[in-house]
Design a binder for this molecule. Sequence first.
Ligand SMILES: [Zn+2]
Ligand SMILES: [Zn+2]
Length: 343
Amino acid sequence: MKALVLSEYNRLDIVNMPVPQPAEDELLIRIQACGICGSDVHGYDGSTGRRIPPIVMGHEAAGVVESVGGAVEGFRAGDRVTFDSTVSCGKCFYCLRGEINLCDHREVIGVSTPAFRRMGAFAEYVTVPARIAYHLPDNMSFPHAALIEAVSVAVHAVSLTPIALEDTAVVVGAGMIGLLTLQAARQAGAGRVVVLDVDDTRLELARSLGATQTFNSRNDDVIAQIMEQTEGRGADVALECVGATVPVKLAVDSVRKGGAVTLVGNVAPTIELGLQSVVTRQIRLQGSCASSGEYPACISLMSRGAIRVEPLLSALAPLEDGASWFHRLHEREPGLLKVVLQP
Ligand SMILES: [Zn+2]
Ligand SMILES: [Zn+2]
């Protein structure tokens, strides 16, 4: 089979490899679409240390079951499926509590660290445990299904955020995750969702996806604007989807006393935090990592159009063009959100 291999940092090659064989509990999936994740782009240049070459990356994928291992139930050849990016062990303290994203033995498809190596889906075929696979409805295309993982990050973050009906929510950052989080917050009952970013094009996209107001934090005094909209109190909740000092400060400053801030963005390893503002105003800070069992909800939300991914899909390209798309994403070409490769 053809696979896009990270042969060394900053170098991707199309390589011929043997088709993997499914283990007893695994599915062999013929990949139809696989999205390039921000974490793949950061892994590509070696900066995260989580894509040690040689590795086939890619964990945001969908395809058709080619064959199944002997112990698999509920799937058969020809089924249209997607799968979770996380492989949890199913046995540890956290898995038994249902917190599979916190699994002690968590592995990720298409990731290699000193502890594990799992071949990913930038290839014609991949094998994954059947317990992390999900059936796709007929009305969902494979490229859209490849965005479920990103949707699940947004839905998980919103599920950890105490949003009451008609609350005001602030979403900081209108990138891929921010634009999905805004839609999930609306579905969770937020009456108003205010989106902040530094890019007017993205803010326009946010409005088309249901943001009730947007502010460019480079030009506007966004905190003053939010106070004005909320009788001087601040928003009920904020969801931070960037992950650095300035946007986290915006999130904290935007909420009212007793408000909650969910931290989804994860770029800077450490940030400066206004401790007194958090303590004396009794703000709740909540981290959110990946997702934990939200796939069926995401499939349903997308299938009935409650969360739209079409406007976030920047390009569909053949796997052979993967190297040049990685390069363009790595160079931060403006206007690019999700690029999906098709083997
Ligand atoms: Zn991802
Ligand atoms: Zn576990």
